[in-house]
Ligand binder design. Structure first.
Ligand SMILES: Nc1ncnc2c1ncn2[C@@H]1O[C@H](COP(=O)(O)OP(=O)(O)OP(=O)(O)O)[C@@H](O)[C@H]1O
Length: 649
């Protein structure tokens, strides 16, 4: 009740937490318990909480996960939180928390993910965080942190991702940081760091990002100048808060060995002549520089925070915190352990993605956080629609691009992991101007969902242009012809096989699956989707397809879906485009068979069409919807007939 009063002072969101209730009976919003009836998990992310975190949190001794991100919490992190020795995941990011990061956090031995980014934390990074032996993700970006990067972070044997960007950190990058054996991502952009970048960080390649630190230098890093003599690494230099600096009080600004003191060459060449004077000049210069940079960074930070959900930095994305935890989690939260035991974690690190080109696979991987941010926590306002097995949300990625994110619950995904991964692999191989482009994917154990991230296609699906009530959704003739050609090219591409791209049947072609882009080009959506879904879900999609008239007649006897079944559905689409109607009746077919163009063409065209083209398209539609699959042309032949394109490019 203390926690509730502090988190939700106006009792707006946690009314289910009642004084006489049992937190483990399932009715306390966001609370989950372990098998012993102890509170193990609190998940209240994005709930609009505007209070504080109470020191009473320390009473929840068995807590393993605390997820309070995306709220408006303010005040300090209570030091008492450090007594939660089983806590493995602490997510306080994107709030208004302030004050210093309590050094006591360093004693939380079970901590694996510490997310404090996008807050107002001040002071320096406690050296004590270097004692968090299980930590795999430390995200402190977009705060107001000052001081140096503690060398002790190099002691973190499981650290995979370290984000310190958009702070006011200064001094050099400790060489020891590169010692963290599992470090994969290091982001230090937009600080005031200086000096030689440890050459060992080259191993991180493009996942080490350091832009906007004017004083950094080093060889082998694009966009960095080579260091001059005074900037060269002194192998014996004391590391910030490292073993060489043991006499430093832990929160002091580190000694000047790590700070670039602006001075001219002659003075610097003999520092012993007047060390105090140079230090004084340096401190003044650094203070002025910090002040100016601080103001600039703050303005930038405010802008970034305001834009959160609309624009982000790209680099923090590819390694999911969710994934990062995969291999090294030992005492993870019980909920997540439960997901493990059900064996569903298709993208966890350490899996053998046989058949994948690793780089391709990695380049498609998204971070759950990015998906959550992009969709503003799957906000209803971003919901584009719900289908039989999925919900699709509009989202904005960190690079500002607009996407459609399709979420599929794990119960709809193939239960055989290898099959599922094979399906994903196949999806990544599809690239064509008439297919909606897949940008990436992300699977979350915690949410029990898989997300497919596609380019957003702005002009709705073809169904919107059929049976249109108003004239704004009437496609003109030339657009109809190019839509038909584009769909044909897209399907022909799916059907052909080439290096790294096997032949594929779409299986679910309908006007809903043809999306119209800004230039009114048609893009097929959900290509290859059946490769990810359970047979039940695929079967129910076929039933829906039959109800809409797209299912080829032979399916009922053969139970097989072939290229020719796609051709049949394409034929139905052509009838729809010609007639402007959703329903293709027998009278439409009859009119086509007897070449009575005026009887099947959309009256909304008001005669503005070419009869020769209309007849040709109608003939193709007839052929494609032939009762006998053998009589139907191949999609490649249709494309040829429509205008000699080569579709398999
Ligand atoms: N890439 C995209 N860009 C824009 N809108 C999209 C995109 N993908 C899907 N949509 C839209 O989102 C809505 C939901 O689509 P979704 O594919 O999830 O379901 P569906 O096509 O209605 O059916 P089902 O999931 O049963 O196949 C539809 O209105 C669809 O047009």
């Amino acid at each position: 009740m203390d926690m509730k009063a502090a988190l939700d002072p106006h009792n707006q969101y946690l009314s289910s937490w009642t004084i006489n209730g049992d937190p483990c009976d399932g009715f306390f919003e966001g609370v989950a318990c372990n098998e012993k009836g102890q509170v193990a998990n609190i998940s209240l992310q994005g709930k609009g909480l505007s209070g504080k975190l109470s020191p009473a949190i320390a009473g929840l001794r068995y807590l393993t996960g605390l997820y309070l991100h995306y709220n408006s919490l303010y005040g300090e992190i209570p030091r008492e939180i450090a007594s939660l020795t089983e806590l493995s995941d602490l997510y306080l990011n994107v709030n208004n928390l302030s004050g210093e990061i309590p050094p006591e956090l360093g004693s939380m031995a079970a901590l694996q993910v510490l997310q404090l980014c996008y807050n107002q934390f001040t002071g320096s990074i406690p050296t004590q965080l270097g004692s968090l032996k299980n930590l795999s993700v430390l995200a402190l970006q977009s705060n107001k942190l000052t001081g140096a990067i503690p060398a002790s972070l190099g002691d973190l044997g499981f650290l995979m991702r370290l984000d310190l960007s958009f702070n006011h950190l200064f001094g050099s990058i400790p060489t020891k940081i590169a010692d963290a054996p599992l470090l994969e991502v290091l982001d230090i952009r937009n600080n005031t760091l200086s000096g030689n970048v440890p050459p060992a960080l080259k191993r991180l390649n493009h996942t080490f990002v350091y832009e906007n630190n004017l004083g950094l230098c080093g060889v082998g890093f694009s966009s960095l100048k080579a260091c001059n003599a005074s900037e060269q690494v002194n192998p014996n230099r004391p590391e910030p808060y490292g073993p060489g600096a043991t006499s430093l009080p832990t929160r002091d600004i580190p000694e000047t060995a790590n700070v670039q003191i602006p001075c001219n060459g002659s003075r610097c060449s003999n520092p012993s002549k007047s060390p105090r004077a140079s230090v004084a000049v340096g401190v003044i210069a650094v203070t002025i520089a910090l002040f100016a940079i601080g103001i600039l960074s703050f303005i930038q930070y405010r802008r970034r925070k305001q834009k959160l959900g609309t624009t982000f930095d790209i680099s923090d994305s590819r390694l999911s915190t969710d994934q990062a935890k995969g291999v090294y989690r030992k005492n993870g939260s019980p909920l997540i352990s439960l997901e493990y035991s059900s064996g569903w974690d298709p993208l966890a690190d350490g899996r053998n993605f046989s058949g994948f080109v690793q780089e391709v696979f990695q380049s498609f991987r998204f971070n759950l956080e990015e998906v959550e941010s992009a969709t503003q926590y799957f906000s209803e306002v971003n919901l584009l629609g719900k289908g039989n097995f999925s919900a699709t949300y509009k989202g904005i990625l960190r690079d500002g691009s607009v996407v459609a994110i399709k979420s599929i619950s794990k119960s709809s995904c193939k239960s055989d992991e290898a099959e599922f991964l094979k399906g994903l692999n196949m999806l990544t191989s599809l690239r064509h101007e008439n297919l909606v482009r897949l940008r990436g994917f992300c699977c979350s154990r915690g949410r029990g969902e898989c997300f497919l991230i596609y380019d957003l296609v702005p002009n709705a699906n073809l169904m919107h242009y059929l049976d249109g009530k108003d004239d704004t959704h009437v496609l003109e003739w030339s657009t109809r012809v190019s839509v038909v050609k584009g769909i044909a090219k897209g399907i022909a591409y799916l059907h052909c096989s080439k290096a790294n791209k096997p032949a594929l049947v779409h299986q679910n072609i309908s006007a809903y699956k043809v999306l119209i882009d800004q230039r009114f080009n048609p893009l097929l959506s959900d290509s290859g989707m059946h490769k990810l879904l359970t047979n039940d879900v695929v079967f129910s999609a076929l039933k829906a397809s039959a109800a809409m008239g797209y299912l080829a007649p032979e399916y009922t006897s053969t139970g097989k879906f072939t290229e020719k079944s796609d051709v049949y559905a394409f034929g139905v689409l052509v009838f729809q485009v010609l007639s402007g109607k959703r329903k293709v009746t027998s009278s439409t077919r009859l009119a086509v068979e007897s070449c009575k163009v005026q009887d099947f063409i959309d009256p909304k065209l008001d005669g503005r069409f070419f009869e020769y083209e209309a007849t040709k398209l109608a003939t193709i539609a007839l052929l494609c919807t032939h009762e006998s699959s053998i009589e139907r042309p191949s999609m490649e032949a249709v494309v040829q007939e429509l205008g000699n394109f080569t579709s398999c490019l």
